[in-house]
Design a protein around this ligand. Structure first.
Ligand code: OOG
Ligand code: MG
Length: 254
């Protein structure tokens, strides 16, 4: 299998916001091959000038696993080009069929990698914030198997981070309400993220290490959606309220 060619096709699909058929229809990618494709496709982005700014964890809550029918925790890379402005307008034209989901973000103050305890993980955190992830599978009908989604950078395509809070903040069980046009669309708790979002950070440290990488000081780590994601549509007003961490949002434009 030509992994570089597959990387080119997922990268082009993301760059041009064009959907592509699932690889699993023809020949499924193994998890290992899929991460190799992801790394190769991200190298293409870095070559175009985008900078890696952190990583995203995915499928860390039951609601998310059920929504997409894949039950392995996955990860992907975030770049500066994916960041959307808090309170700004997100353009639908950049995406294929985007969805938005409520998350918690960590800001790292120290490198972290490999097998670490929850305590070690938290002591490497500078701050925590509410976050919204815009996921956009490049596959037709937002359908994929585990290899497809990993190859596609785990659907990572945009993210918004709110204001940073003290890392001592108890984030174990914070209410999270994702409002669309002033109405609660999804309601959950940060506890839905592996029982406690710090477990997602522990997994992140282990997973990046297996790719020979580390979480670096200054990196942002998205812990994963606490609820199912909501399809985005032009004209929507998206607002996330996280208990104790405040509100963040954006408007959806053409
Ligand atoms: C896969 C990415 C999952 C999360 O937070 O669980 C994810 C997808 O749902 O397309 O980002
Ligand atoms: Mg997510």
């Amino acid at each position: 299998m030509d992994l570089a060619k597959i990387a080119e096709s997922v990268d082009e699909a993301a760059r041009t916001a064009t959907e592509i058929p699932q690889f699993s229809d023809e020949k499924p990618l193994s998890v290992e091959e899929a991460y190799a494709v992801q790394a190769l496709s991200m190298q293409r982005r870095y070559a175009r000038g985008e900078k890696r700014v952190g990583i995203k964890m995915g499928l860390t809550s039951r609601a998310k696993m059920i929504q997409v029918g894949v039950s392995d925790v996955v990860w992907g890379r975030l770049t500066d080009g994916m960041r959307e402005e808090e309170g700004g307008v997100v353009s639908m034209a950049k995406y294929v069929h985007p969805r938005v989901e409520p998350e918690i973000a960590f800001l790292m103050k120290k490198p972290l990698s490999g097998e670490v305890s929850a305590l070690e993980a938290m002591s490497a955190v500078e701050a925590v914030a509410p976050a919204l992830e815009i996921i956009d599978s490049r596959y037709k009908a937002f359908k994929f198997d585990v290899g497809d989604v990993i190859a596609d950078n785990s659907s990572s395509s945009g993210f918004v981070v709110g204001s940073w809070h003290n890392p001592e903040t108890d984030i174990s069980n914070l209410g999270m309400v994702l409002n669309i046009d002033g109405r609660a669309g999804e309601i959950g708790s940060s506890a839905a993220i592996l029982g406690h979002p710090v477990r997602s950070l522990v997994s992140a440290a282990r997973m990046v290490a297996s790719a020979g990488e580390e979480l670096k000081a200054g990196d942002i780590v998205l812990a994963g959606g606490a609820t199912a994601a909501i399809p985005m549509a032009v004209g929507q007003s998206v607002l996330l309220e996280v208990e104790g961490l405040g509100q963040i949002g954006f408007k959806v434009g053409e």
